[in-house]
Ligand binder design. Structure first.
Ligand code: ADP
Length: 176
């Protein structure tokens, strides 16, 4: 399938630390407790400050595949959408569907909250062990499908921490 130029303009792969971006929302690859962790979750909580954890405590957790929204506090971005990716268990335990649901449910929340710009990290590909290429394929497919059917968010950034991941996302996008 060829992506239309209009759709292509609404997607961008960038290599950056997600906590430095100034967007309407950044997505956090959280765990079910929503009380912080390592990786991108730890970085987001450190940069946002303790008020983020205080708000997360009031939410009472989030099941895998779902998403919850909070303020961004000291982050340059206005909101954090916390989603819980699946732990990779070999691929036969519903991981692809759950990872797709993370992207879809985060985007749904963004639409509901009139968020125009949003940045996603590579959910589940760190400590949770999801193979990077498989995860990128799901991320791109799900986001493309959502944007085809919704005007908001206007712009989605795939925020890659390292160059290897950025190259991978570019390739997956080109092949879409
Ligand atoms: P998970 O538990 O969902 O696997 P991780 O935080 O361990 O989450 O990793 C998810 C992805 O986020 C990995 O690809 C990792 O390289 C990336 N990452 C870690 N820190 C940051 C950051 N500050 N900005 C953007 N991406 C990050």
């Amino acid at each position: 399938m060829e992506i239309s130029s209009e759709l292509a303009r609404r997607l961008e792969v960038i290599q950056d630390d997600i906590t430095r971006l100034r967007l309407d929302a950044i997505v956090n690859a959280a765990n079910e407790s929503l009380l912080g962790g390592g990786g991108v979750d730890g970085a987001i909580h450190r940069a946002a400050g303790p008020d983020l954890l205080a708000e997360c405590r009031t939410i009472g957790g989030c099941p895998t595949g779902q998403a919850r929204i909070t303020g961004g506090y000291n982050l340059p971005s206005g909101h954090v959408i916390h989603t819980v990716g699946p732990v990779w268990r070999g691929g036969e335990a519903g991981e692809p569907e759950l990872l797709a649901a993370c992207y879809r449910n985060s985007l749904k929340l963004a639409t509901e909250k009139n968020i125009k710009t949003i940045g996603f990290p590579a959910i589940s590909t760190g400590v949770y062990g999801y193979p990077r290429e498989k995860a990128a394929e799901i991320a791109v497919k799900e986001v493309l499908h959502y944007l085809e059917n919704h005007q908001f968010p206007e712009k989605v950034f795939f925020v890659c921490f390292d160059q290897e991941t950025a190259v991978l996302y570019q390739k997956v996008l080109q092949d879409s």
